[in-house]
Design a protein around this ligand. Structure first.
Ligand code: ADP
Length: 267
């Protein structure tokens, strides 16, 4: 719990700082890109070489602007719009996007739960989270490989050997993303959720993917766990709370099935 608190305070502080910087930086970039565009227009076809240099400058500045956009999105912590959600439908609906993002050397496998429970979460953000995980898997599979996205119903009960540390008892909808890529050593796992922690080259990683994943599950009253071994691969498991209304409505000797539809975030 203390770790989780420290993690979210860290994210908040970093978020505020980067939000301010990204905002100002973005405005400054606009004062660079604007005049370059005008210059390129004035030049027309008169001087192709000069035009090429200007295009290169515009290109670089545009990429910088895209990075600040991402930083801004991260720092804003957009309010979530949770809805009752069937994760099977969501995962199935992403397969084209995933295949496209993974490229032809990585095989996508989806394993969907039979009779899945529903959760209460923001659909767009959850898609983003799964995409982040898939992109990380792709980066860990430079020579190709396999990515599996699996949904499952999961009940955590106290003391069970299989219960992961820090995941409280309860009923969860599980989404597991597994790759057979490079894996992470323990010291990388320990820092993986930190904002701006990356082992990738400058320009290839922002270190924001997993901290976004972490922020999302916390805001959704869920949890996230990484299991990874160097040379074997990585499994990231999202634990999203089962929709309250569905728990209450499930046939049981003590409930009558007249649960309110809203407020499914906590349990
Ligand atoms: P980024 O991908 O921009 O580096 P992330 O926060 O998504 O930022 O990931 C942080 C780090 O965690 C990565 O730089 C990488 O070292 C490690 N990592 C994340 N996912 C995986 C994975 N599936 N396999 C191996 N390493 C990973």
């Amino acid at each position: 719990v203390e770790d989780a608190l420290r993690q979210s305070q860290k994210m908040e502080a970093v978020g505020q700082l980067t939000g301010g910087i990204a905002h100002d930086f973005n405005n400054m970039l606009a004062t660079v890109i604007g005049p370059l565009d005008l210059l390129a227009m004035r030049l027309g076809d008169n001087d192709p070489r000069a035009k090429r240099y200007i295009d290169m400058a515009i290109d670089g500045a545009t990429r910088a602007a895209q990075l600040t956009q991402r930083l801004l999105a991260f720092s804003r912590q957009q309010p979530l719009q949770p809805v009752p959600l069937d994760v099977n439908q969501l995962v199935a609906g992403m397969s084209d996007l995933l295949v496209h993002s993974l490229g032809s050397s990585i095989r996508l496998q989806t394993v969907l739960a039979a009779d899945p429970w529903r959760t209460f979460a923001d659909a767009n953000q959850l898609e983003n989270v799964i995409l982040n995980l898939a992109v990380n898997a792709r980066d860990a599979l430079p020579g190709g490989g396999r990515l599996t996205v699996e949904t499952a119903n999961g009940e955590i009960t106290a003391g069970a050997a299989s219960a992961p540390a820090d995941v409280p008892d309860g009923q969860y909808v599980l989404i597991t993303v597994t790759d057979n890529g490079s894996g992470m050593p323990p010291e990388v796992i320990a820092k993986a959720f930190d904002p701006f922690f990356t082992t990738k080259k400058v320009g290839q990683g922002t270190g924001l993917g997993l901290s976004q994943v972490y922020g999302f599950v916390k805001q959704s009253a869920g949890h996230v766990k990484i299991r990874s071994a160097v040379g074997q691969g990585t499994t990231v498991t999202l634990y999203l709370p089962r929709l309250m209304a569905d728990i209450a409505a499930a046939p049981s000797p003590t409930t009558s099935g007249t649960a309110p539809l809203s407020g499914g975030r906590e349990r």
